[in-house]
Design a protein around this ligand. Sequence first.
Ligand code: TEU
Length: 551
Amino acid sequence: MNRTWWKESVIYQIYPRSFHDTTGNGMGDIRGIINKLDYIKSLGVDIIWLCPVYESPNYDNGYDISNYKKISPRFGSEKDFDELLEQIHSRGLKLIMDLVVNHTSFHHHWFEESKKSKDNPYRNFYFWRKGKNGGPPNNWQSFFSGDAWTYDKTTDEYYLHLFTREQPDLNWENPAVREEVYKIMKFWLDKGVDGFRMDVISLISKLPKLPDTNTSNFDETIRRFYANGPKIHEYLKEMNQKVLSKYDIMTVGEGPGIDLENGPLYVEEERKELNMIFHFGHMFIDNGPGGKYDPVDVDLVTFKDVFNQWDEQLKNRGWGSIFLGNHDFSRMVSRFGNDTQYHRESAKLLATLLCTLRGTTYVYQGDEIGMTNVAFSSIEEYNDVETLNSWKAAKSRGENMDAFLKIVHRQSRDNARTPMQWNSEKEAGFTEGTPWLPLNQNYIDINVAKQEEDTNSILHYYRDIIAFRKQHPVLVYGDYESLDHENPQIYAYRRWNDNHEFIIIHNFSDSNAQWSYIEDTHLYTMVKTNSKNTLSLFELAPWQTKILKKN
Ligand code: TEU
């Protein structure tokens, strides 16, 4: 595979409203990020991915954009942004922006025009359709509960929105829409940004005639009716040819409905579309038949299957993204680790996983100190539209709401959105005002300042393991092979090239593990681990991770 800077990079994702507030209004801002750039640099990461900071009425926390070229005054000014970019570059870091172009805000002027009349020049920027049998044009449901169509009486038609009704879907079939999107992309690239994370890019090509779904399983509906439409690759190729190929940048496309079969088509190098994708193989792994708010337990072997199958599919073809959390999911240590008794160990184990699988490493803000899920005592404290809509839907189905609150604790996107825990002072040093979303009260114990002091902390381990990855290109480019795959307690794999070989062993459990898979045990030496103990080389304490080097 070709070597490039973005394959070797570690990416740090910032959710700006929860990062650092400098104005006292309770919401993080751009100046807050500037203030923390030295901290970010100290982690050893290379690229910052900034979630949306554009003008937005914030029905979905900025993923509903009303002006793509303006910075939201909540976050700062255009000048602040320019300074951020300059300060990032002057530290040798790069910046990628969120590009949200499957939909706009309903306050975007294109949509406001489009609503006005059937012959408005912007009408065809969106999907307007007549109703059917007194209801919406088809039976599609939104990702955030309820119909994916909203009626508008001005023209007696419905418009399509796969997310909230405040996020109408753009009609990419219309070449004028695509040209506008390319202009927006060039605007930011010409300013000097280093690439894009493309929101739900898998959804931009819609099925002709928008047929009814014929399954009640939502994940299946996404795969078969919403995602990977017939022109998706035509659009991405055009985008690449007209915009991306003109700059030395990176792209990562986010994609519900991207699966093992169609995934490589987005990233195969010779196809010239995107560099990487975020698939949800492991992130939707615990969705039950009723979706995310109907969770089921998952075993380690199934989890390993996802990583193995994707590595197998992408090797020699395209490049992977290794992530275990972001602003849309529970905290990774609560979800895949043990956030109580083995908090420190399991957070470090997961960090090791992120840095030693094949693909680019993504770290979500706060994971570097092991931030955990939150459990607010009532639904009133939650903010996320997906959570609140799921709550309403459960209530209208007559569910037991005490039990549903427990599901919210486990699954809500707000788990990942509570403010960053900087220190143990008031509001964790995040703001001098009232935070837009309450803090996780465990900030007294889990915070950056405290972990800076403690050389055995999760934070120090992150710096260490990121540096370790950088020192060993075999961890980036080397081959990957899962070992002892059916083992329900251990995730072990080999990474190697012509000159070097590592075996990485993770004990994903609360009990000791003896791993007797390797025969030539004397050939290996331990070069890194997350806990001090005197166990033999192939014995691991709960949530212990070991990196062994072949002599
Ligand atoms: O997320 C897309 C997406 O697939 C999510 O809606 C996902 O299904 C859900 O969050 C799982 O809980 C992107 C953004 O990351 C998200 O924040 C936005 O709300 C969404 O697109 C709409 O723009």
